[in-house]
Design a protein around this ligand. Structure first.
Ligand code: PLP
Length: 406
């Protein structure tokens, strides 16, 4: 008699995925079927606490009633119009974003809505060209997206090389080094582009005063200061914008803005808000009323549920607790944007062990863990990870050692 093992749901999903989706992301780890708060469930019925949050996207977690209601109501009222028309949600969200960027008082500026972070950065890149200058200074380790323009501003060789030539005239300088920035920016520079905290690099925090120094250098040469808050914005770091206190000319947002509904924004402040004129740029879906209603619901809920404060408090608690284990050699971040360095290249093993223990974690490099959970994470969710952490590390380092031995 022969026995055949029944393939798991994950294996079946991976086979179907491989047969019908382009292999740009590698095999999916799981097939997820539903979520609630900061928890998700897979097709086999296993529950996980989601410390990835769709890569810093699900600010309100999963299936938040306020977001569901806003999206459903708007879709049932007016789901899409072209950009020949405007809608209430579009006007409201643009005004609200200008208020947030102005620190509570409406900043003078204008918004261009997109569907993603890379598109927000494409819009900003084109905006910088309207200064009449082409040179952009960006940072090593920075990540701005995968479309050709955003990729041109992203330093990672592995992402760039297969697609060269990319739009040129970009200088990369070491991140966090204000002197290097000052040396690279000239009177021909259109813009200085920085993330307030580098996300894809593994949550890299620059020295105190770096953004202010970038502002000063840009001013000295008449260049724009463009701050990419796609990952850090919308409360992720415990503040609406991680760059609060420094005046940008351009801010780009996406990820948390729609809480899972695709939306991005390029915000031009002061004169920069008038650089793109009719015919210079466009989009079919950007500024869609459903996406804007989602953005408004996210902002209202962050305010009503005190999620900035929660991100600050729980982030501190997680950083202290997770960093207390000697196998963690460095802890970085702000709010619920947390980077952990391991003494060894064990990050992939930590992610695998995390999943086995019921936690979705993320590694950005072989030894760096990134945690960007929903802002609705509860104290119980934080305590659950803190309690499981030593065992996750035990299993991960055991797997690493076993791998080295074999
Ligand atoms: N900018 C930053 C700082 C990001 O972290 C990302 C995505 O990770 C992007 C831009 C690109 O955003 P998207 O993936 O929505 O195109």
């Amino acid at each position: 008699m022969t026995t055949t093992s029944t393939p798991s749901t994950v294996t079946q999903a991976q086979e179907r995925y491989a047969a019908s989706l382009m292999n740009t992301f590698g095999p999916p780890k799981l097939q997820l079927v539903r979520g609630e708060g900061a928890h998700v469930w897979d097709a086999d019925g296993n529950e996980y606490v989601d410390y990835l949050g769709g890569i810093a996207v699900n600010a309100l977690g999963h299936a938040h009633p306020a977001l569901v209601e806003a999206v459903a109501t708007q879709l049932g009222t007016l789901g899409h119009v072209s950009n020949f028309f405007t809608t209430g949600p579009q006007l409201d969200l643009a005004e609200k974003l200008l208020e947030l960027v102005g620190g509570g008082t409406r900043a003078e500026g204008r918004v261009f809505f997109t569907n993603s972070g890379t598109e927000a950065n494409e819009a900003a890149f084109k905006l910088t060209r309207r200064t009449g200058r082409t040179h952009v200074v960006a940072t090593e380790g920075g990540f701005h997206g995968r479309t050709m323009g955003a990729l041109a501003l992203t330093s990672k060789e592995a992402y760039r090389t297969p697609f060269e030539p990319l739009p040129g005239d970009v200088t990369f300088v070491p991140y966090g080094d204000a002197d290097a920035l000052a040396a690279a920016v000239t009177d021909e520079t259109a813009a200085v582009l920085v993330e307030p905290i580098q996300g894809e690099a593994g949550v890299v925090v620059p020295p105190e005063g770096y953004l202010a120094a970038a502002r000063a250098v840009a001013d000295e040469h008449g260049a724009l200061l463009w701050i990419d808050e796609v990952q850090t914005g919308m409360g992720r770091t415990g503040r609406w914008l991680a760059s609060e206190g420094v005046r940008p000319d351009v801010v780009t947002l996406a990820k948390g803005l729609g809480g899972g509904f695709p939306i991005g924004a390029c915000i031009g402040l002061g004169d920069a808000g008038a650089l793109l004129q009719p015919g210079n740029h466009g989009t079919t879906f950007g500024g869609n009323p459903v996406a804007c209603a989602a953005g408004l619901a996210v902002i209202a809920t962050i305010e009503s549920e005190g999620l900035l404060e929660r991100a600050t408090v729980l982030g501190r608690r997680l950083r202290e607790g997770l960093g207390a284990d000697a196998r963690v050699t460095e802890v970085r971040g702000a709010g619920l944007m947390i980077g952990l360095d391991l003494g060894e290249d064990a990050a992939a093993e930590v992610v695998a062990a995390g999943l086995a223990h019921g936690f979705v974690l993320n590694n950005t490099t072989p030894r760096r863990i990134r945690l960007v959970p929903p802002l609705v994470l509860t104290e119980a969710d934080a305590d659950a990870l803190l309690a499981a952490w030593p065992r996750i590390l035990d299993d991960a380092f055991a797997a690493l050692a076993a791998g080295k031995d074999s």
